[in-house]
Ligand binder design. Sequence first.
Ligand SMILES: [Zn+2]
Length: 92
Amino acid sequence: MDEMTNRATVSQTYLRDRVRAWLAQGLLPAIDATAWAGPGTGQPCAVCRGVVEIGETEYEISCAGGHLFAHRDCYTIWHEESRSLPRASAGP
Ligand SMILES: [Zn+2]
């Protein structure tokens, strides 16, 4: 029941718009399905640029360039927007 926690200073709508723009511009990779949730290790979030604090849940996303990290809420937006993207190329 921690969904109501409002940690971010920017709104979810703003983040979603930004994620959509970054995905369109190739500044963020589209998430396939590979992500690992674990305890926060102080990594910067790829979506909101904030730090995933110790004690928060950190999502680690594997991508072509290595690994990216995101808060749970940020990951949720990122994942949803990735799925709504038109596929640029055929799958495997
Ligand atoms: Zn974040």
